[in-house]
Structures are given as structure tokens and as C-alpha cells.
Design a protein around this ligand. Structure first.
Ligand code: SF4
Length: 468
């Protein structure tokens, strides 16, 4: 019997990339090519890359170097570079890696199937740029990774934050019509995805193309759909968070107790140089309004330390902001210069050792805050959406509404992926919680049984959030 063709996708970066990988997987499966977790048996390898930081970009070429060696044994193997590094590098990637078969930018993901046909006809294809008409392959998406269904509502970014490469890798903003978004969410709910995550680099800047509806209207419409258990969205841009959006947290209990709201710095001077368009006071005012609308709302954020010109006082202001807000979690990185960004022209470069030292101080402060916040949850009962097996034998893992990872044991009754269970928290770990199941929720959503004897699934990989 003829061996079925297989594909292997490696995904780096944000949720947008994660969803793009699901779109590409779906197209390949429609071509009769099946997924594999073992790269050595793959006939098609896709590296879906991220270029938000320089290090990630450098790693792309070293990973391509590993993959191209596989071609020595498998001449028919197709190797594709996708994602933001693909958009950025284009033809250069083909020249640098002769074994590379194609380069596919994020705005051209829907063209993968056609591109394979062109490659088979002998062409080494570079598909990058931002066509006016994009193919959005809703019916081909291969959804995976537990009970959460992701739906892109806005692609690209029109902001010009001085450090960010996203506007040039993902192109100008393009909003999907509300009717299209609702159709996709309905489709996911029909398939049993109880948790929906709306995606966009600046998700709350969504506007109905040619219409008047804004993101608050979109959330109102999605939240009204029957079968929805939880709703999240990422990534929000602070300046676009209108009072009507704040009020969503009052109106919709199924909107999760969690919001990722990147601030990047606690210094007005640095925020100005970053081109963020808000002040620390405005950010804090927004946080106050959100916590007023939803007491106990867990917040996370992104920070860049060592941005050009960041003084010790600027950095201290960032630490002060973190102490004041007490984020449930955060993502912090040393500034990484990116090609084509305005920050390259700024003076005041911070030495890497100093940036690393600041980053370590920031993370240590956050570790302490996070440990205290997690310890406060001990004894509380949280509703956990079951995501799959945990790392410890027999343990399950899931997410609370406040986005904490919770490990627990299934107990006597099965806890299918996608079901909601109640867990009493007994221990706070560094970046997660451990609990005991006290109940099975009433709205079991969908998924496979994880009772005794079922096949173990690997835990979902944590992914960094998109910049915004
Ligand atoms: S940081 Fe966010 S808002 Fe700013 S340019 Fe990048 S993607 Fe756009």
C-alpha cells in the first residue's frame, strides 16, 4: 500500500501564527497530506516563523539548516518558510537556503495549496506582500489544541510603534466583516468549541468595513450566540479601549476575568519615544475603570526594557507601575532592534548587559507579585475548562476564567476535553496552580474522554502573546 504523504508544521510566535498554522494544516489535509509529529517522516515541512525579536529571526536560519539536511535522504521533501520572517526575507531566504522550496508571507497563507502545485511544476515560489483580495480558508482550518477556537477579526496593524516590525510583516489593518466573523464563531460553537478567542494585533481597533459598528458591537454580537461558554480577545491596544468596551466587562459574565493589555513601559518619556500615544496616568485610569467594571479582573501586560534612552529613573517608573497594577502575569523582553523600525534612529542605546540586568530585576519583582496573587487563590473554587493531560502522570490541566493554568486529578468521573469542572485550589506553584476537583460543571462542551485508560495527549505548548 502506498504510504500517505505527511506534513510537519513548526510554529513560533503569537496566536496569529498559531491560527495560520491551523489554516495551512487544513489546506494540506484537503490535499490528502496528513499531519505528523515526527519531522523525519514528513514530505512537507513548514516553519511558521516570528520576527518580533532578533534572536527568533536568527534561529529561523539555524532551524532551516537542520531541516535542509533531511533533504539529503529525502529528495522529494518540500521545505517552506512561512510567517513574519518569510515576509521580511522574501527572495533573500531562497538565495540563502538553496534547499528552500517556497516562501509564504502571513497575508498569503490561504494560497498554500496552489503554491504547492506551482512548486511541483518546478517553480521556487516567493509569495509575500499584501494583496487586496485575500483568500480566507474558513472551511479548511484544522482546529487543534483543546477547547479554544481562535477567530481572526482583524489582520495587520496601522500603528507605528517605533520598536515594532509587525506593520511591515503583517501589513496594513484589514477588518473582517461582522457577518463573516459571526459565521465562523457559529461554526466553531456547532463543533463544540465552548471558548472563543477573537484575535488581532490590535483586536479592539476592529471596525465594520464600510460601516459604523465597532469592537464593542462585535463582542455584543458574539456574546449573544448560543452555546458560548467563554469569550476572550487578544491583543488590545490601550488607547483604543473605549468606555463602551470597558462596559463589556459589566454586561457579559462570559467574558473572561482576564485581559492582556500591553503597556510596554511605566515612563511617559519612554512611551513617547515608543510612539504609544498614551501616558501612564491614562493607562492607570483605564485599569481603574476596568477593575471597577469587573472586580478581580486579572491583567497581564508586555514590557520592553532597555529601550533606547531608557534611564534608570525611567526603569524605576516601570517597576513602580508593575507594583501598582499587580499584574497576574507579564511578558517582558530586552529591547531588540528590528529592521525598518523608527527606533533604529533613536539615540541612547542601552548596553545589553544593563538591559539584561534590568530585565532580571523586573522579572524578580513580578515573580514575587505573582506568587502572592496565586497564593491568594488557595482555598478558592475556580471553574476550569479542561484542556488535556498535564505533565504529571494522571493529572489533567485546564485554564480558569482568569487564565491561570490549573493542574488537578480527574477523580472518579471522566473530565472530557472541553468540559467545565470546579476545582478547589490547594497549592500555588510558580506559574500555575494545583487543585482538587470538587464538582463537574453542568455545561459539558465537547471533546474526547480523558477517563482512565484513554490515550495521553501532549500538553498544549505555551505561546507568547502578540505585540500590541
Ligand atoms: S506594538 Fe502593536 S500596536 Fe504597535 S505597531 Fe506593533 S502590533 Fe501595532
Amino acid at each position: 500500500m502506498k504510504r500517505p504523504r505527511r506534513f510537519f508544521v513548526e510554529t513560533w510566535g503569537c496566536q496569529m501564527n498559531e491560527l495560520d498554522s491551523q489554516r495551512m494544516s487544513g489546506q494540506l489535509m484537503q490535499e490528502g497530506i496528513l499531519p505528523t509529529r515526527d519531522v523525519r517522516e514528513a514530505d512537507v515541512i513548514l516553519l511558521n516563523s516570528c520576527s518580533v525579536r532578533e534572536k527568533a529571526e536568527q534561529k529561523v536560519y539555524s532551524r532551516l539548516g537542520e531541516y535542509r539536511r533531511l533533504k539529503a535522504d529525502r529528495p522529494g521533501l518540500l521545505l517552506g518558510l512561512c510567517g513574519c520572517v518569510a515576509q521580511q526575507e522574501g527572495e533573500r531566504a531562497l538565495a540563502r537556503v538553496p534547499e528552500l522550496d517556497f516562501v509564504l508571507g502571513p497575508a498569503r497563507v490561504g494560497e498554500l495549496a496552489g503554491l504547492l502545485a506551482r512548486r511541483r511544476a518546478g517553480e521556487r515560489v516567493v509569495a509575500v506582500g499584501f494583496p487586496a483580495e485575500r483568500r480566507y480558508d474558513l472551511d479548511a482550518i484544522s482546529r487543534e489544541g483543546g477547547p479554544k477556537g481562535m477567530v481572526t477579526v482583524i489582520e495587520g496593524c496601522d500603528r507605528r510603534c517605533t520598536f515594532c516590525i509587525v506593520p511591515s510583516t503583517r501589513g496594513p489593518e484589514r477588518c473582517r466583516p461582522m457577518a463573516e466573523v459571526l459565521a465562523e464563531v457559529r461554526h466553531l460553537l456547532d463543533y463544540g468549541f465552548g471558548e472563543i478567542e477573537l484575535l488581532g494585533q490590535t483586536v479592539n481597533h476592529w471596525r465594520e468595513p464600510g460601516g459604523r459598528a465597532d469592537f464593542a458591537d462585535l463582542v455584543d454580537a458574539v456574546a449573544a450566540l448560543p452555546g458560548l461558554a467563554r469569550l476572550r480577545f487578544v491583543t488590545s491596544y490601550p488607547r483604543d479601549f473605549s468606555p463602551r468596551m470597558v462596559d463589556l466587562y459589566r454586561r457579559h459574565p462570559l467574558l473572561c476575568d482576564y485581559l492582556h493589555l500591553p503597556v510596554q513601559s511605566g515612563s511617559d518619556r519612554v512611551l513617547r519615544r515608543m510612539g504609544r500615544g498614551y501616558t501612564v496616568a491614562q493607562y492607570l485610569e483605564l485599569i481603574g475603570a476596568l477593575r471597577d467594571a469587573r472586580p478581580g479582573l486579572a491583567l497581564s501586560s508586555d514590557f520592553i526594557v532597555g529601550f533606547p534612552g531608557e534611564s534608570e529613573a525611567d526603569f524605576e517608573a516601570t517597576l513602580e507601575l508593575i507594583s501598582r497594577v499587580r499584574f497576574a502575569s507579564l511578558f517582558a523582553f530586552a529591547y531588540s532592534p528590528r529592521p525598518g523600525t523608527a527606533a533604529l534612529r533613536l539615540d541612547g542605546e542601552i548596553a545589553p548587559a544593563r538591559a539584561a540586568e534590568r530585565l532580571a530585576r523586573l522579572l524578580s519583582l513580578q515573580d514575587g507579585i505573582q506568587a502572592e496573587l496565586n497564593a491568594q487563590l488557595i482555598g478558592r473554587e475556580l471553574e476550569v475548562l479542561v484542556g488535556g493531560w498535564g505533565k504529571e502522570p494522571g493529572a489533567l490541566t485546564g485554564r480558569s476564567s482568569c487564565h491561570r493554568i490549573v493542574h488537578f486529578r480527574a477523580g472518579a468521573s471522566a473530565a472530557p476535553v472541553g468540559s467545565m469542572v470546579r476545582v478547589r485550589i490547594v497549592e500555588a506553584l510558580g506559574h500555575s496552580l494545583r487543585g482538587e476537583r470538587v464538582d463537574v460543571g453542568e455545561h459539558v462542551l465537547a471533546g474526547e474522554s480523558l477517563g482512565e485508560g484513554s490515550v495521553a495527549r501532549p500538553a498544549a505548548r505555551p505561546l507568547p502573546l502578540a505585540p500590541s
